[in-house]
Design a binder for this molecule. Structure first.
Ligand code: DC
Length: 230
């Protein structure tokens, strides 16, 4: 049996199915699944609900910094589904809304926000094997992760997938708005000063534009199995 705690890092662009893959892999290997995007989304939601970021995306940095200690993020499992809690409130649905998606990149670019989230991510994974998805997992959070994937897909395909997903949840959405939001997030995530989204040198690139979920999963499992057998 495995003795070591294994870290599997899944980084990549917004809405390219990282979480789906991470969840599948975590279930397959019996590892903990950690959605780090959800953590940044929860901070963004807090900022929106407490008037810390306004409609023009201006952030009251001082207030946010002062209130970081009041922001407690945790996860729970409910009927086999991962739910994000913000100060004990289940905010899993709220953090997926477009009002949060459109502001989260700005919040995630704040150094003091990243510092707190990265330290929480390492703490949660201290004694477990984990599959963690995000933007900086292979580069910053776990630079020594046993396996690293960098997942991507074309912007058009990502927007279509996200559109379908939100429609199925009953949200009224506009495809053009989603396209814009994805393109803006790609830009902000990869050009920010601290921990920008970039492929780690030793990450395996996975472009799933023309792959099914099953094909993507099989591809990843083959690679992970090889590493685990070493
Ligand atoms: O994966 P996601 O779309 O839920 O992520 C939401 C935002 O959080 C995204 O704009 C990038 C940011 N993020 C980050 O900066 N670092 C991470 N490890 C995860 C997400």
């Amino acid at each position: 049996m495995m003795e070591k705690n294994i870290k599997i890092a899944i980084d990549g662009h917004s809405s390219c199915g990282k979480s789906t893959l991470a969840k599948q892999l975590a279930a397959h290997y019996g590892f903990l699944f950690i959605d780090t995007g959800a953590m940044y989304r929860a901070v963004a939601l807090y900022a929106i609900e407490n008037g810390i970021i306004n409609d023009d995306d201006v952030i009251d940095e001082k207030k946010l910094k002062n209130e970081m200690d009041k922001i407690n993020i945790s996860f729970k499992n409910s009927n086999g589904k991962n739910r994000t809690l913000l100060n004990s409130e289940d905010v899993e649905d709220k953090i997926r809304q477009i009002r949060v998606s459109s502001k989260v990149s700005k919040i995630a670019a704040m150094p003091f926000v990243r510092e707190k989230m990265v330290s929480l991510q390492r703490k949660i994974s201290e004694n477990s094997s984990v599959v963690m998805d995000g933007r900086d997992i292979g580069t910053v959070v776990f630079p020594n992760a046993e396996v690293k994937f960098f997942v991507t897909a074309s912007q058009e395909i990502r927007a279509q997938r996200r559109y379908k997903e939100l429609l199925e949840k009953g949200e009224i959405v506009d495809l053009e708005q989603i396209k814009q939001s994805i393109s803006q997030r790609d830009f902000l995530d990869s050009t920010r000063e601290i921990s920008p989204l970039k492929k780690a040198d030793d990450a395996i690139e996975l472009d799933n534009s023309f792959m099914t979920r099953e094909e993507q999963f099989d591809f990843a499992v083959k690679i992970i199995d090889k590493v685990l057998q070493k």
